[in-house]
Design a protein around this ligand. Structure first.
Ligand code: PHE
Length: 392
């Protein structure tokens, strides 16, 4: 009687005998997958699918189907091992050649499809560098700010420092320390915007919207060491109706120099330098007596009209809009610092002297650029600002 182990052993013996003794009658053609017709059919199917692939994705699908692990040719190749040794070489050659053809076809199609794709991308992603750019409109700095800066720069270049003060100012700085008597008409309601009035206190201790930048003279004299050269741009307020040449809120720029031995000649020199920068060299300036409580002597500064250069004054000449045919344009107020101002700030007037000047920024801007209506400077129309450049 056979044991179970005995019958298993017998089975394997039989099996091993079969494998190690090839069947001389085995015909490779009999392995259907390896028949030349089958191989030819697989090749045609593969080439057809590759040629039909219209995109790289389709080609990938065709590659997996016809040369991937589950492709008929791959599976056929796996059958070669089952052939008798003498049949393997030929079958191997045949399948290998066809697989090579398929691979080459895939490579060619891949290259063609990639080229097509690249051309499509080039067209789709083309950038026309000649198209106008989408411009982002930037704002522009306001011409009044630019002018105040330019005017300050003229003096900064001469060694002055910029000093600023508050727009809401103590009456003492705005008037008293500047030698305005308590009953000076400039303090009255039509000129000054009073923020708070504190009657009954000693001195005038009200709060005002500063009517000029001159209080910065006092602030500078009280806080900065001597000698002192400062320029003070800033906004000032007057209680008055605005018209083509007046605003209730406008900008001034003020200069103050206090040093030993300063004279009116220094004042003239500073003013001439300023006019030269602003309106171009070669225009004469003139000083005529005037009155300000904080300067003594005081003067108003005029410059020769930069448009007609005085020609409009002559009889029969064309009229000049800029100087109204006067030949001169009033530009600024100025004078030698009143010794009483120096004393109010604790400075010895026997040792130090000084000069000061002040002018309206909008007015200087209007004169320099022939602007007829001061309201253009406050309307906030960006076209007005842009005309002065895009400086930011
Ligand atoms: N503060 C004067 C004004 O507003 C101008 C000025 C400044 C005059 C400095 C003389 C000196 O009119």
């Amino acid at each position: 009687m056979r044991t179970l182990a005995g019958s298993v052993r017998a089975h394997w013996k039989q099996a091993i005998r079969t494998m190690s003794a090839p069947n001389k009658n085995y015909d490779p053609v009999e392995v259907t997958a390896l028949s030349p017709e089958e191989i030819e059919r697989a090749l045609e199917a593969a080439l057809g699918a590759i040629a039909a692939a219209g995109s790289l994705d389709e080609l990938k699908a065709a590659r997996l189907a016809h040369s991937g692990d589950r492709a008929p040719l791959t599976l056929a190749r796996a059958e070669i091992g089952a052939l008798p040794p003498q049949a393997r070489a030929e079958a191997g050659k045949r399948v290998g050649a066809v697989q090579g053809q398929v691979k080459a076809a895939i490579g060619r199609r891949q290259a063609a499809l990639e080229k097509e794709r690249d051309e499509r991308v080039l067209i789709a992603e083309a950038v026309d560098v000649t198209l106008p750019a989408a411009r982002q409109v930037q704002g522009a700095r306001h011409p009044v700010s630019l002018s105040a800066e330019l005017l300050s720069d003229v003096f900064v270049a001469m060694g002055y420092e910029v000093a600023e003060g508050p727009e809401v100012e103590a009456e003492w700085y705005n008037f008293d320390a500047l030698n305005f008597p308590p009953d000076h008409p400039a303090r009255e309601m039509q000129d000054t915007l009073f923020i708070a009035r504190q009657d009954g206190l000693p001195g005038s201790s009200g709060i005002v919207a500063r009517t000029h930048t001159s209080p910065v003279q006092i602030r500078s004299l009280l806080t900065r060491p001597l000698p002192l050269y400062v320029v003070s741009p800033g906004r000032v307020y007057r209680n008055e109706a605005s018209d083509a040449t007046h605003l209730a809120a406008f900008y001034q720029i003020e200069g103050l120099a206090v040093d030993e031995g300063l004279t009116m000649a220094d004042l003239r020199g500073a003013i001439q330098a300023f006019v030269d920068v602003l309106f171009g060299a070669g225009l004469r300036t003139r000083l005529r007596p005037d009155y300000f409580p904080f300067t003594e002597p005081s003067a108003d500064v005029s410059m020769e009209c930069h448009v007609c250069r005085g020609a409009s004054v002559k009889p029969g000449a064309d009229p000049c809009r800029t100087c109204r045919s006067m030949g001169w344009i009033e530009l600024a107020g100025c004078g030698m610092v009143n010794p009483r101002v120096l004393v109010a700030c604790g400075i010895d007037p026997d040792r130090y002297s000084g000069f000061a000047f002040g002018l309206g920024v909008e007015r200087a801007l209007m004169l320099a650029h022939g602007i007829g209506d001061i309201k253009d400077t406050t309307d906030g129309d960006v076209r007005f600002s842009r005309a002065f450049g895009m400086e930011l």
